[in-house]
Write a protein that binds this ligand. Structure first.
Ligand SMILES: C[S@@+](CC[C@H](N)C(=O)[O-])C[C@H]1O[C@@H](n2cnc3c(N)ncnc32)[C@H](O)[C@@H]1O
Length: 248
């Protein structure tokens, strides 16, 4: 194994998806999705409106890194793709991000993220919430230094409830659109980084292949073994060749 595999070496290192029945049993939807729930993290309490994704351990692998700067947003232009409840946007606001684009296809998630941001960080011109199918609603000319995405990448359809599908199991094709838009709209600033998290309940090789297909360079930043067969990968994805210019 090379110390920092990318390209074909990375693809070969990634595990295939777990068996379908195992993926389905691991991702059984909770009966309370259509109720108002609460979520507590880092001394903050969030109400979670019906249909909004309740953050789990995978979410927290991103949230804690945004808050402590292992995923650095301080002074940078940041997009939280699929922001859901808004925890990573709040963490970036507290950290001191220069611009925060809080994007989600689900209007109630964007409304919740906005409410929580204003309550916990304050009224702030740097905060730009938008209901957006991937990056569709991002104004032209926006450039991003940091993007995070905890996508609904599970490869099996675990429910016919559209809210469950949107939160959990759209699958790897969503990542094809995500990376395509990043390149076609030239969203990633020179030196910019995309952080995508997914496990072997998703088709990791397809996900990484989509990044490669769009001229990006994915690497494994962190691997978490849950000791039950589930392996979660946090990928750090950059331009394939270093670019110069632009402002960080
Ligand atoms: C697994 S949840 C992650 C939520 C939150 N970021 C977290 O980690 O707790 C996935 C999120 O992606 C959003 N989503 C699904 N499809 C989307 C799309 N096409 N464009 C933007 N957001 C989407 C869902 O609404 C949901 O909020």
């Amino acid at each position: 194994m090379t110390p920092d595999p990318t390209g074909r070496a990375l693809l070969e290192q990634l595990p295939p998806p777990l068996p379908a029945d195992r993926i389905i049993s691991l991702n059984q939807p909770k009966a309370d999705l259509h109720t108002t729930r609460t979520y507590a993290w880092n001394g903050w309490t969030f109400d979670v409106p019906p249909g909004v994704f309740l953050p789990g351990w995978t979410s927290r692998l991103i949230h804690e890194r945004v808050l402590d700067g292992r995923i650095e947003t301080r002074g940078l232009r940041y997009a939280a793709m699929g922001v859901g409840l808004g925890v990573e946007a709040v963490a970036a606001g507290v950290r001191g991000a220069r611009e925060i684009h809080a994007l989600d296809v689900h209007p109630q998630s964007v409304a919740a993220a906005t409410r929580h941001y204003r309550r916990l960080v304050g009224e702030c011109p740097a905060f730009h919430p938008a209901v957006s199918d991937v990056f569709d609603a991002l104004p032209e000319g926006v450039q991003l230094d940091v993007v995070t995405f905890n996508p609904p990448a599970v490869s099996q359809t675990v429910s016919d409830d559209p809210d469950v599908v949107r939160n959990v199991c759209v699958g790897a094709p969503l990542l094809a659109t995500f990376f395509a838009q990043i390149t076609q709209k030239d969203l990633l600033a020179p030196g910019g980084e995309i952080h995508v998290i997914a496990s072997n309940t998703a088709d990791l090789r397809a996900l990484v292949q989509h990044a490669l297909d769009h001229g990006l360079r994915p690497r494994i930043d962190h691997l978490h073994d849950w000791q039950d067969g589930v392996l979660t990968y946090l990928f750090r994805i950059t331009h394939d060749t270093p670019r110069t210019g632009g402002q960080r």
